[in-house]
Ligand binder design. Structure first.
Ligand code: KG4
Ligand code: ZN
Length: 379
């Protein structure tokens, strides 16, 4: 069966085409095309305006479609999968309307897909154009941490399509905090990769802080004199809070961390390049320590042996390093999965995979009136 998937929930116009075969022991996938067109227009404004994103999707979706169809050699499509939320509603509608036109032309069903489910399933493809999902492998229950520009949540999964949200951010998403702090430092949008680049250079230049100490603090076992609550205890210039690191729940809060950066800049500005790098490193350490600490605790409580990390922020190389090390120390039997670098951000390949499972399990409504954009759709 061939699936065409459309993703337009934020600032990437994406179409992917895959072929899926059910074999005895596994489901086999071939990627025929996977086109991502990133709207660079937002970079100059430091954020995404929904009306502008919508206009750009309308402008680009036809050429993205032509590109994807050509690359896949114009196959006959059996079903269409489209992201219906969460995301920016005006942007989502562009993809939905496009899906509806194609579905009508080809008389085939549309499967509405939750963007976050896509991020969870984005860990399956490897770097080649073929991958498969084993039917008998025991991976459940599994835990997923989704960290993107709009979301920060921990989800317990007993089986596909059965999701329990066990914690989420109470204010800003992790990616949003990276973007806002980058903006305060005068760095371009999207800020995540920029902060990461500065932080990495700062870690190389100064030996004040090691990977070991970040892992130890995330695991709550870092001992040092002058411990001041949840503050960083390293004697570097900048110290930022680790919000909610000791709270018993699995919720997050990143807005206080962002405000702490704002106050630091107000009190210590104008910033030198060195100060900017130190802030980037301390901010990245703080955000990652909280993410790792809560996720590790959830793994222990729910006794899960598989961890999936997805969403734009999962591209962060230091986050990946700290997670791998912390999990290895916690329990070497826990297996951690990240998407390939290319699939950490938004793409339609992950929507195609999610759409296929929804179709196969008949977990979708055949009523076309139910295909509506929902900016706040939850899992
Ligand atoms: O999943 P995604 O592409 O779009 C949403 O659904 O939001 O995530 C985008 C977010 C942005 O906030 C971006 O700054 C962040 O992911 N991001 C990163 C890195 N690469 C992208 N954050 C931290 N470190 C990175 N290397
Ligand atoms: Zn996303």
């Amino acid at each position: 069966m061939k699936i065409l998937a459309i993703e337009t929930s934020c600032d990437d116009t994406c179409i992917a085409i895959i072929e899926v075969k059910e074999l005895q022991k596994k489901t086999s996938f071939t990627i025929l095309s996977n086109v991502v067109h990133t709207q660079l227009i937002h970079n100059q404004y430091g954020g995404v305006f929904p009306a502008m994103a919508k206009r750009e999707h309308i402008k680009n979706i036809n050429s993205v479609y032509e590109h994807a169809m050509n690359e896949a050699k114009n196959p006959n499509i059996d079903i269409i999968a489209v992201t219906v939320g969460p995301g920016l509603e005006p942007a989502l509608w562009v993809g939905i309307t496009f899906a509806e036109e194609l579905a009508k032309k080809w008389s085939i069903p549309i499967i509405p897909v939750n963007h976050m489910e896509g991020h969870i399933l984005s860990i399956f493809p490897n770097k080649t154009n073929r991958f498969s999902i084993d039917k008998n492998k025991k991976i459940f229950p599994l835990l997923s941490l989704l960290v993107s520009g709009g979301h920060t949540e921990i989800i317990l999964i007993k089986k596909w399509q059965e999701y329990t949200l066990i914690g989420q951010t109470r204010d800003d998403a992790a990616g949003e905090a990276f973007d806002k702090v980058a903006r305060m430092l005068g760095l371009p949008y999207p800020g995540g990769p920029e902060i990461s680049r500065l932080a990495q250079a700062e870690r190389k230049n100064s030996a004040v802080r090691s990977l070991e100490s970040t892992v130890a603090r995330a695991r709550g076992i870092f001992q040092q004199k002058n411990t001041r609550g949840s503050q960083s205890t390293i004697s570097s210039e900048v110290t930022l809070p680790r919000p909610m690191i000791h709270s018993k729940d699995y919720d997050f809060s990143f807005s206080g961390l962002k405000t702490a950066v704002l106050y630091y800049i107000r009190d210590h500005g104008p910033l030198t390049e060195k100060m900017k790098s130190e802030i980037a490193r301390e901010f990245e350490d703080a955000a990652i320590e909280v993410l790792v600490s809560k996720t590790v605790r959830a793994l222990q409580e729910f006794k899960t042996k598989t961890l999936i990390i997805g969403g734009g922020v999962s591209a962060n190389s230091y986050l990946q390093k700290v997670f791998k090390k912390a999990i290895k120390k916690l329990d070497p039997k826990v297996i951690i999965h990240f998407p390939t670098q290319k699939l950490t951000g938004d793409n339609a390949l992950m929507i195609a995979i999610a759409g296929y499972f929804k179709y196969k399990n008949k977990k979708y409504s055949k009523n076309p009136d139910n295909i509506v954009a929902n900016g706040n759709l939850s899992l």
